[in-house]
Design a protein around this ligand. Structure first.
Ligand SMILES: Nc1ncnc2c1ncn2[C@@H]1O[C@H](COP(=O)(O)OP(=O)(O)OP(=O)(O)O)[C@@H](O)[C@H]1O
Ligand SMILES: [Mg+2]
Length: 267
């Protein structure tokens, strides 16, 4: 497949922090319109990968293309085509939600004539209409996240990168965020590249999932394929069987996989 149909493509993409190889020779392709989930235990290299794709961190080796543009050679072109919701909250708390949107819109060259209308519509889509004129400091965590999704998609990016968009949210707020994300895909056909530790959400939302472990991509497929591959009935179990015990105290992953498969057959 060529760059035109691929919204994200990496070739042996690598990032090193000193001696630590946080992302190790990652080969990945995400198609136009796809919802792709990059999952993996803490420290697997997910955020580092997203930052390279968003031109915020330079690759140490390998290459990456987003919307057909090389992240190293054409960073400005990449930035025009993407939205990024970082893992840490990023909205400015001392101004209103609406003002946040106006600032983001200007930064991303949203046509002046359309900006106010788009900002209002975006608030509406994210269920924030009534709160647009309140200071962000008065928002709940879920509202801040929804505002951030609104602002990062105001310029209608081709690809939206979401790094743990539901971290720290209660189940109701999580559901609202996932619904809004799904809505963006349905309304604008936005390609979504996300990370999350919520396996049920990933299972419901993602067309394909890549599992990262120690900087490497260790499994890739649809949620169903990952379950089949591991002989598990839930993505949660598939994740654990692929990445091993999160604390890495127990032995061989293959043994665990085999044992669990066996237990399931017997059970
Ligand atoms: N600025 C940095 N300097 C040095 N090491 C870093 C830096 N940022 C990340 N790392 C290390 O790189 C590895 C990958 O980190 P990264 O944040 O990409 O993981 P992650 O998969 O996003 O984890 P989490 O699920 O906890 O968000 C970790 O070992 C981390 O400690
Ligand atoms: Mg992270």
């Amino acid at each position: 497949m060529n760059d035109r149909t691929m919204m994200v493509r990496t070739e042996r993409l690598t990032h090193r922090f000193g001696d630590l190889t946080a992302v190790d020779s990652l080969d990945l392709e995400v198609a136009d319109g796809e919802v792709f989930g990059l999952l993996g235990p803490n420290g697997a290299g997910k955020t580092t990968t997203l930052k390279m794709l968003c031109t915020l961190l330079p690759p140490s080796a390998g290459r990456a293309f987003v919307a057909g543009h090389d992240v190293v050679r054409e960073p400005a072109a990449v930035r025009r085509e993407i939205g990024y919701v970082p893992q840490l909250l990023s909205a400015e708390a001392s101004i209103t939600g609406y003002e946040n949107l106006l600032i983001f819109g200007k930064l991303h060259d949203v046509p002046r004539a359309e900006l106010e209308e788009r900002a209002r519509k975006a608030l509406e889509r994210m269920g924030l209409s009534e709160f647009g004129d309140r200071l962000v400091r008065t928002y709940s965590g879920g509202m801040v996240r929804r505002l951030e999704i609104a602002q990062s998609s105001l310029h209608r990016p081709k690809v939206l990168f979401l790094d743990e968009p539901t971290i720290g949210l209660d189940p109701v707020a999580r559901r609202a965020v996932w619904d809004m994300v799904q809505g963006l895909r349905e309304t604008f056909g936005t390609t979504l590249f996300l990370t999350t530790h919520f396996m049920d959400a990933a299972d419901a939302l993602c067309d394909r999932i890549g599992i990262m472990h120690h900087g490497r991509l260790i499994a890739l497929g649809s949620p169903e394929e990952l379950k089949d591959m591991t002989g598990m009935s839930t993505l949660d179990e598939a994740f654990i069987s692929l990445t091993g015990n999160a604390l890495e105290t127990s032995g061989n992953v293959r043994d665990i996989q085999r044992d669990r498969r066996t237990a399931r057959r017997l059970g």
